[in-house]
Design a protein around this ligand. Structure first.
Ligand SMILES: *Cc1c(COP(=O)(O)O)cnc(C)c1O
Length: 468
């Protein structure tokens, strides 16, 4: 979350005006940055807060986020009924704990945990927390291995592509692990086996492979990375585990790419995380992680809470959390079933492929990906296009309500700027048609704009680099 600071002296006494039709005494105002001395009626408070929120973007037109923006009313109702159940009170709410257990098992099965393994797992607030837990398990195991070998354990490193989500940078900084980023290169937009293996040594706690790069939606080749690490082990006796960050792909690949080997069928994969609130189709606030077997999760990371007179093992960074998201995840599993999830993801993919294909035909765009891995794709402008940038297109689409982010790739590829489209449940073929019309119209306007070819419309300092 943004770190907020204290407002300036001149703003200290700012007030929120209340529309006179909501209150009996017209002209009522409440302080903006201090708690009001007295309260107000619930309907008045509701209206004031709703009015404030009107300026937020329209979530359904948001092609920037991976996170669920639409659920069925039944799911929303169920969530409202469970907001008051604290996930951590396993003793008071044993059935919420049971639903969590079922979800962990359902995911473990979808991800092919080995027969006979106990495959521990848990819900989290999202993939970021799940990645922290996965990373900690790798770090603890590496320390134990080093100590057992009588070696020092002071300079751990983690190998991953420069395209990883920011949570991995956070993990490395907070736990003092050296991040070894494999830079992107022209034509190589994510991690490959040889590049990963080349950066591993005896201090490598693991390799992160991303199933669904946030930058362009492409899957990293988990099997190829694993085979490269097998060769490394044969040559140098380094046994490097893999964590798969399946934030999006964990809920896409099992349904759309069942033959692809990326999950626990690859023996080197020790843990997998996914965001229930991305393609798991639940509103924000839920992630998952599953480990391959009990030994993949060091015992001293586990805390025990009271549960029906006994104790229940837990692993989390936080404590209290509403039970609603877990209930909603379970609702989705039984409501949609395998076939329902497959249809939803297939529909997203069909729309992504159609949209990317049509965008490619407009002329100035070149596809970096087409949406055939995740239903997510990135496009850049051809090098001949000089009169405007992807930032100009993004800004013009925003005027029409569409949120399509433009950003620059990281180090080594900072001369590549792209537009990224995330197609989610709730974005219909009709909406794709409307968006296409707007893109065509904006491109045309930019190509005939009097300033085209002179100064960029969105100045360089206002262009974003990749932030999420
Ligand atoms: C979104 C994302 C994350 C972070 O997930 P949250 O659920 O938003 O915390 C991590 N990794 C990848 C690949 C992602 O796409």
């Amino acid at each position: 979350m943004p770190l907020h600071g204290k407002v300036g002296e001149d703003e200290q006494e700012a007030e929120v005006d209340i529309n006179p039709v909501y209150v009996r005494v017209a002209g009522r105002q409440v302080p903006r940055y201090r708690i009001p001395a007295e309260g107000m009626l619930p309907d008045t408070a509701l209206q004031v807060v709703r009015d404030e929120l009107i300026l937020d973007g329209n979530a359904r037109l948001n092609l920037a986020t991976f996170v669920t923006t639409w659920m069925e009313p039944q799911a929303a109702q169920l969530m409202a009924e469970c907001f008051d159940k604290n996930m951590i009170d396993k003793d008071e709410y044993p059935q919420t704990a049971e639903l969590e257990r079922r979800c962990v098992n359902i995911l473990g099965n979808l991800w092919h945990t080995p027969p006979g393994s106990q495959a521990p797992g848990c819900s989290t607030t999202g993939s970021s927390e799940a990645c922290m837990l996965g990373g900690m398990a790798l770090l603890w195991r590496w320390r134990a291995r080093r100590r057992a070998a009588g070696a020092d354990a002071v300079q751990p490193n983690l190998v991953m592509g420069a395209n990883v989500q920011v949570c991995w940078e956070k993990f490395c900084r907070y736990w003092q692990v050296e991040p070894r980023f494999v830079p992107m290169a022209p034509g190589r937009l994510h991690l490959t086996g040889p590049e990963a293996a080349a950066r591993c040594d005896e201090n490598t706690i693991g390799v992160v492979a991303v199933m669904g790069s946030t930058m362009d939606g492409s899957y990293e080749p988990v099997l190829e990375i694993s085979e490269a690490l097998d060769r490394l082990q044969a040559e140098r006796q380094l046994d490097i585990p893999i964590h798969v960050d399946g934030a999006s792909g964990g809920f896409v690949a099992p349904f759309l790419h069942p033959a692809l080997l990326w999950d626990f069928r690859v023996p080197r994969v020790q843990s997998i995380n996914a965001s229930g609130h991305k393609y798991g189709l639940v509103y924000p606030g839920v992630g998952w992680i599953v480990w391959r077997e009990l030994t993949a999760l060091p015992e001293d990371l586990v805390f025990r809470v009271n549960y029906l007179g006994g104790d229940m093992p837990t692993f989390a960074l936080n404590f209290s959390r509403p039970g609603s998201n877990v209930a909603a995840q379970y609702y989705n599993f039984i409501r949609l079933g395998f076939e329902g999830y497959r249809k939803v993801q297939q529909n997203c993919q069909d729309i992504a492929l159609h949209l990317s294909g049509e965008i490619a035909k407009i002329g100035p765009f070149e596809l970096l990906t087409d949406g055939s891995d995740l239903p997510v794709f990135a496009v850049k402008l051809r090098s001949e296009v000089t009169g405007y940038t992807v930032f100009d297109i993004s800004e013009r689409l925003r005027q029409r309500g569409w949120l399509v982010p433009a950003y620059t790739f990281p180090e080594n590829l900072t001369d590549t700027s792209v537009l990224r489209f995330v197609i989610r449940n709730g974005f219909s073929a009709d909406m794709a048609g409307l968006l296409l019309d707007d893109i065509r119209a904006q491109v045309k306007a930019l190509e005939t704009h009097p300033a085209a070819g002179h100064a960029p419309l969105v100045p360089e300092k206002d262009r974003q680099s990749f932030a999420h």
